[in-house]
Write a protein of this length. Structure first.
Length: 214
């Protein structure tokens, strides 16, 4: 199981100290929640903040765009050479073109869908992407609980991607009580926020989560 650390859950004023302390053996990716205040009600990070985070660690970035018109925003993140750039299937009518553009930069292309979005909306895009991010909370609202139908939805997505080289990532409410079940459902990357930072030592928290899936 790969752990993608959602730094939005950390103490933002302390990230200059926290992020350099991330250990690659514990934390595989740094999850950047890019929110524009339009597609989701909150405003969070942009490319300037992402640039600062990229200088603090050589752990790859996991860029998650919760924005309208992702075609305009995606190119701003090429310079950071992230592991993946993920946009929401609900936000564009040009998903195939956008995925191909991301991949042309040598970056993995991901698509995400909200809890209320049918998994069938992914079907046209699956042959063109490298990763699917299933939201198990509503995007843009921090601290929510894992949605009730989350595991069933993940299993349905896993069936859709059988035969394709596509990673399955989950974001929202991941904790020690459900990470093993997520692994069994086919998840390979877990975005972890509060369960990583609340103990005070993100590396140890990540190791404990990984140990539950080993």
């Amino acid at each position: 199981m790969k752990i993608s650390a959602s730094i939005l859950a950390g103490k933002l004023t302390a990230l200059s100290e926290t992020v350099p302390g991330f250990e690659k053996s514990a934390i595989d990716l740094i999850h950047m929640d890019i929110m524009d205040g339009n597609y989701v009600p909150q405003i969070s990070f942009g490319e300037a903040f992402t640039s600062e985070i990229s200088k603090l660690s050589d752990i790859p970035l996991d860029v998650h765009l919760m924005v309208k018109n992702p075609e305009l925003e995606v190119p701003k993140y090429y310079q950071f050479k992230p592991y993946c750039i993920t946009f929401h299937v609900e936000t564009t009518n040009f998903g195939i073109r956008l995925a191909n553009e991301i991949k042309s930069q040598g970056i993995k292309a991901g698509i995400s869908l909200n809890p209320g979005t049918p998994v069938e909306s992914l079907v046209p895009l699956i042959p063109y992407v490298d990763l699917i991010l299933v939201m198990t909370v509503e995007p843009g609202f921090y601290g929510q609980s894992f949605v009730k139908n989350g595991i069933n939805k993940i299993e349905n997505v896993r069936k859709l991607i059988q035969g394709f080289d596509v990673e399955l990532e989950v974001d929202g409410g991941v904790n020690p009580d459900n990470i093993k079940e997520l692994q069994k459902a086919g998840v390979g990357i877990c975005v972890v926020g509060s369960a990583l930072f609340k103990g005070g030592n993100p590396n140890e928290s990540a190791r404990r989560l990984k140990a539950l899936t080993s």
